[in-house]
Design a protein around this ligand. Structure first.
Ligand code: SF4
Length: 233
């Protein structure tokens, strides 16, 4: 038998399971104990009827010790993967847990995926939060997730932007600063969405990674100002 686990899954004593197992089931699924738990005590002993002949435990680091060295962020490794932060998150409740194709979904995924899998490629997850703090309130092991997400954003601000980010922000700044340009782009976006259905979910679709599994929310038909003007007429 081979067991594969991250180093943060090790608990000091067997007795600690008496706290952690019910905690995981209660907070994650509202049960007193989850439907399945398996305890292995190592390889089969000569006087035992069954059990594995060999027992191997592989402890994966995968940058966890680097995270452990970050004194302000290491408590993210306390996570027991109950999913409570995901269930209460106003963002993930709408987009679903596996929207961003990460092993760890939800707010804790936004916290630990960038340091574990690379800041450049995964930092966008830390922006997938309203920072309302519901995740922090729900976490049974008291990880201050909202604070960690904010800290990740500070780290992101010090990273060198990629070429497409540079172009995107260069374009976005004048558009966001000019009402006329903003209206023009919004109208263009509405028009683009009319034709988007023709390529939606195909490789030609620039939003493919989103639209292959879900709909792209439509841009509002009117801006608030347009709506207001219409009402006053
Ligand atoms: S961060 Fe907290 S609430 Fe979220 S999965 Fe981990 S233990 Fe559960």
């Amino acid at each position: 038998m081979i067991t594969l686990l991250g180093i943060e899954k090790v608990v000091p004593r067997l007795e600690d399971l008496a706290l952690l197992l019910p905690m995981l089931a209660t907070v994650g699924a509202g049960q007193l104990l989850s439907g399945y738990n398996t305890l292995y005590g190592g390889p089969r002993q000569p006087d035992e009827a069954d059990g594995p002949e060999e027992f191997h435990v592989v402890l994966l680091d995968n940058r966890r010790t680097a995270l452990l060295a970050q004194t302000e962020q290491r408590d993210a490794l306390h996570c027991i993967r109950c999913g409570a932060c995901l269930n209460v998150c106003p963002v993930y409740r709408h987009v679903g847990g596996h929207t961003y194709a990460t092993t760890y979904p939800g707010p804790i995924g936004g916290v630990i995926t960038p340091p574990l899998r690379g800041w450049q490629d995964w930092i966008h997850l830390s922006y997938c939060s309203s920072l309302c703090g519901a995740c922090t309130d729900a976490c049974p092991v008291k990880i201050d997730l909202a604070h960690h997400l904010l800290r990740n954003r500070h780290t992101a601000a010090r990273l060198k932007p990629s070429w497409w980010q540079k172009i995107a922000f260069r374009l976005f700044a004048p558009i966001a600063n000019s009402r006329a340009l903003w209206m023009l782009v919004t109208r263009g976006g509405r028009l683009g969405q009319t034709f988007h259905g023709l390529i939606r979910g195909t490789r030609l679709d620039p939003a493919y990674c989103w639209t292959r599994t879900r709909d792209l929310p439509p841009i509002a038909k009117h801006s608030f100002k347009e709506w207001w003007r219409k009402q006053r007429k």
